[in-house]
Ligand binder design. Sequence first.
Ligand code: 0RA
Length: 652
Amino acid sequence: MTQEQINANNGNYSAENIQVLEGLEAVRKRPAMYIGDISTKGLHHLVYEVVDNSIDEALAGYCDHIEVTINEDNSITVQDNGRGIPVDFHEKEQKSALEVVMTVLHAGGKFDKGSYKVSGGLHGVGVSCVNALSSHMTTQVFRNGKIYQQEYEIGHPLYPVKEIGTANITGTRQQFWPDATIFTETVYNYDVLATRMRELAYLNAGIKITLTDMRVDAEGNTRQEVFFSEEGLKEFVRYIDSSRVHLINDVIYINTEKQGTPVEVAILYNTSYSENVHSYVNNINTIEGGTHLAGFRRALTRTLKKYAEDNKMLEKAKVEISGDDFREGLTAVISIKVAEPQFEGQTKTKLGNNEVMGAVDQAVGEALSNYLEEHPKEAKLIVDKVILAAQARVAARKARESVQRKSPMSGGGMPGKLADCSSKDAEECELFLVEGDSAGGSAKQGRDRKFQAILPLRGKILNVEKVMWHKTFESDEVNNIIQALGVRFGVDGTDSKEANIDKLRYKKVIIMTDADVDGSHIDTLIMTFFFRYVPQIIQNGLLYIATPPLYLCTKGKVKEYCWTEQQRQRFIDTYGGGSENAVHTQRYKGLGEMNPEQLWETTMNPENRMLKQVCLENAAEADYVFSMLMGEDVGPRRDFIEKNATYANIDA
Ligand code: 0RA
């Protein structure tokens, strides 16, 4: 807001108003501080922010349907059937309550009557931030038999709230157009929104969320899905584990309130070897865990141990059972609601509230011991699996120790195949995991040896999804990766499965494979390894995929690398007058076809290369997808591939 604009309003703006506008200016000046970032992630967070307000209204008991629409022009409409944002006029502020909600930072809780605000996006910034970051926003409130409306541009109201008609429904309808001068990406991804809406539906049983995509696809179709869960987390764990084989048929389910904290937990045991516990606070995925997760683990360990001891089931096992053993093959979701959550940790996704630990511990302990007492057959299956896990863990330690003893890598040495970089400053160092020895050779010659290290991998690495924990440490290729990275397991003297990355030697890990089906498979195998064994590397944004070009187009002296068919077409149009035959196209089938200089120029040089960062937007969905793609059950995998097969290039 400039002085001129204030003057143009004939001094009608009080000091308070100006402060308000400054608040929204701050959002536009540093959008990343409010919504995380200004790329596709931030773009989607705008939707979550608006939906969260409707979820709050639903949790307060006044709304059971939320409709989210991606419009043809990539604007978003969110409509709920709640009470409608209040529109009463505030004499003091000379404006409607609705306008305050839409234009004042953190105004969301102002009208709360007793009920605490439990939802709220990761950044919990409120709808006014969305407004500030939208070139246009239209709000309609259906209330008192009337329709009220106000519109805004980059957060500034275009007119006072006005009545525009009558209504026989109640609710709130928000439509916004993300500001293209703020966001680097303005095209919405249906699947990203669908994943979050599905998650929200599971986390909030009884709320129907309809997602509609009005943009027509190549076949002229629009899309719509309805997400609704009657049984909440009970159904969520079944969904996550739908490709895994259940060890017991029941979902152990807890939905209660302890010491004023609503606690909902669902537990499922499968025959896999990984632990998949997803925790949420106020619908936010706490990927760094915290006190609620600690309470859950404590209760699980104590209760199972006591049951096994009381029933004399551990005597014949002859191994010491550790906490990890109780969680092998466990899939669980914990969702709690906390009035004043304290989020800590690197990504502010670790719950710090101490009072929560006891509440979750007590709720889980009681329910689990009841279940075990009432289901001796299932209890025995679980305890037997725990004992097996303990035995495997001891075997894993022995395998690790023997590898460290007999291999030349001991004493901090590095794998023989690693061409290390000269810098020892991890901040600037990059490790390329390269498919095949021949591409590895080119990469070694083409790289900048100061900060780029090369580790060639022999073809397909082990599919860790299918083997027991300790088998992974018997794989040479995997051990090479672990050693090169400086990642350590079991450093605290226990056999903890948690990787320690304190001594990580590179701050970028770059997977470089051929741009073909086998290359993608290798990418997936390596990502699976990181996701299951060293998820911190993904969570911290350190894992990348290199993208070699698909073509080199040449016309006389003009040369251009192309990454897409469209780029190639553009080259043909520009330099070949639209005639395919007038230009020369070299199609790269693999990294090996590029000489070291070309590989450097196109794929490794930080100046020109394009890296895809592997990110973990939704851990529960990633769990589901990895177990489906890499696990035993073929059926769902085929469905998934058929649905996502548009990426396959037939002529390859
Ligand atoms: C505060 C009070 C009341 C409703 C809301 C907020 C409300 C906010 C949003 C945001 C999106 N949808 C919403 N629905 C409702 C109601 C107060 C009353 O009627 O007494």
